[in-house]
Design a protein. Structure first.
Length: 294
């Protein structure tokens, strides 16, 4: 018999869900409504009356070449960071799942990076990969100017991709490991008895069964790359050099808090939100059709 939990008192149910609803309203819906309001008005830098301008702010944003540059960089960053994260996290999860020597320690240690705040990650990578003080400095002594994120845009871009992937690998590792451990051992043992090697079993047996996990992590990592990369970019490169790492989320901050153009920043935030929602919709609409849950 299917028994469902039921509340005899409506007020009790309302009291239990009220704190969460209040938090969602204050920290999500209210800022989203305010951003939409500022996006269609001219917001004075130091307060005052707002003037309704309709789509003028969006037209200004879309006619800005620097903004389209940030869009291209953000998309490339999301693709590179997500690909690197998924590949390395799957590789680490596979090693731990095979229970190699010390796998219990690795299983515990690999999750630590996700608990570190993004600004702290950025500060650590900025020091480690500093061309004159980090371990890369020894390479620069042999090959002068081979690595210099402060002057070379591609070096800076590679650095923020590595830093963001390092942080997200820990999160993806946990899900991949859980997915691998949920696969019945009898399947892999049967493949081994049939003569399939490690890579063949991984490709033909384990990866197809990990499709739901892979799809979930694909959505999460792409979303995180667009909206949660500000701390890393701000600490490591500050959007430079020459706007080579000026991601969309960082440009919103620069235009809004440094340039004091709140209306343009609000319009950019609305565009970013629509872009993330659209990418998620496309993934669920088309990519999920290739995912099998049974």
């Amino acid at each position: 018999m299917d028994r469902r939990a039921a509340f005899n008192s409506t007020w009790l149910a309302a009291a239990l869900i009220a704190p969460q609803l209040i938090l969602v309203f204050i920290f999500f819906y209210w800022p989203a409504v305010q951003s939409l309001y500022w996006a269609v008005t001219l917001e004075p830098p130091f307060g005052g009356g707002n003037q309704f301008v309709g789509w003028q702010n969006f037209q200004t944003v879309f006619s800005d070449n620097l903004y389209w540059n940030s869009v291209r960089i953000s998309i490339l960053f999301a693709v590179c960071s997500t690909a690197l994260t998924l590949v390395l996290s799957l590789l680490l999860a596979t090693f731990v799942d095979r229970q190699l020597a010390g796998y219990r320690v690795y299983r515990f240690v690999y999750f630590w990076p996700y608990a570190i705040a993004a600004p702290a990650v950025g500060l650590a990578f900025r020091f480690i990969f500093a061309p004159d003080a980090g371990f890369v400095s020894s390479i620069n002594r042999v090959f002068p100017n081979l690595w210099n994120p402060a002057l070379d845009g591609w070096d800076a871009f590679i650095l923020i991709v590595i830093a963001n992937s390092w942080k997200m690998i820990a999160y993806s590792f946990i899900f991949f490991l859980a997915g691998l451990q949920a696969i019945p051992r009898t399947l892999t043992e049967a493949g081994a008895m049939d003569g399939a090697g490690v890579m063949r079993r991984l490709w033909d047996l384990q990866l197809p069964l990990l499709a739901p996990t892979f799809f979930f992590l694909l959505v999460i990592n792409i979303t995180e790359s667009f909206v949660d990369s500000f701390g890393i970019v701000d600490i490591i490169t500050g959007g430079g050099p020459a706007r080579a790492t000026d991601l969309m989320v960082f440009k919103i901050y620069s235009d809004g808090f440094k340039g004091l153009d709140y209306s343009i920043a609000a319009a950019q935030s609305i565009v970013l939100m629509v872009l993330v929602v659209s990418l998620t919709f496309v993934q669920f609409k088309y990519v999920e059709k290739r995912v099998h849950y049974s």
